[in-house]
Write a protein that binds this ligand. Structure first.
Ligand SMILES: C[S@@+](CC[C@H](N)C(=O)[O-])C[C@H]1O[C@@H](n2cnc3c(N)ncnc32)[C@H](O)[C@@H]1O
Length: 190
């Protein structure tokens, strides 16, 4: 990563923290993932070079920019205003050509994806939706692909049912990395 991009991301994260501290409603916050989680996501992607990457939950583009430093990706968010902020940030970071940005419900994008379309999925949307999204998530994840889910330690109770379903699904291996808010890595076996 260039020093300029690293400085841009540091500034974006600091601004996000300040902004979030002023919002009483959780849903109004940007809720960027922690820099150490973002760095891990970037390294993981850099190492495995997935051909197709989907992010569910763009927010203002912080995690998107980290990933776009090493891969082309598609990112989805259903909040039009936050997506406009993301578009501006992607442009300012110089990665707009590497990102297909979609403003839509993640459920629709998953439903419209063909079987095994995505080699790598970063799931960072509304945790209460994940259980309902699971059948499409597992259908659209490619064999040999990875699903990464944030906040599995910070909000363990909210993802407990989702994790239980994953654990009961054949053909998957998963582990939790105690980094940032806790990253669940699910590998779909070939
Ligand atoms: C935790 S934030 C994402 C943070 C972002 N990944 C980052 O680290 O910078 C969650 C985002 O998911 C979006 N979201 C919530 N429900 C959604 C849905 N049904 N479809 C798509 N996006 C959704 C919210 O608008 C919000 O911007």
């Amino acid at each position: 990563m260039t020093p300029d991009l690293a400085a841009f991301l540091d500034k974006l994260y600091a601004e996000g923290q300040e902004f979030d501290a002023e919002q009483s409603d959780r849903l109004d916050r940007r809720r960027n993932l922690e820099p150490e989680s973002a760095a891990l996501l970037r390294s993981l992607i850099d190492g495995i070079s997935p051909k197709s990457v989907l992010e569910l939950g763009t927010s203002n583009g912080y995690s998107t920019i980290w990933m776009a430093d090493v891969v082309n990706l598609t990112t989805v968010d259903n909040d039009p205003e936050r997506s406009l902020d993301a578009a501006e940030n992607l442009r300012a970071a110089g990665v707009e050509d590497k990102v297909v940005q979609i403003v839509a419900d993640g459920a629709e994008i998953l439903a419209d994806s063909v079987d095994e379309q995505w080699d790598f999925i970063f799931l960072d949307a509304e945790r209460s939706l994940y259980v309902n999204w699971w059948s499409d998530l597992q259908r659209v994840l490619a064999s040999g692909g990875l699903l990464v889910v944030d906040n599995v330690l910070s909000h363990a109770d909210q993802v407990a049912k989702f994790r239980e379903i994953i654990d009961q699904t054949q053909g998957l291996r998963s582990l939790v990395l105690p980094i940032g808010a806790g990253l669940l890595i699910v590998a779909k076996q070939d």
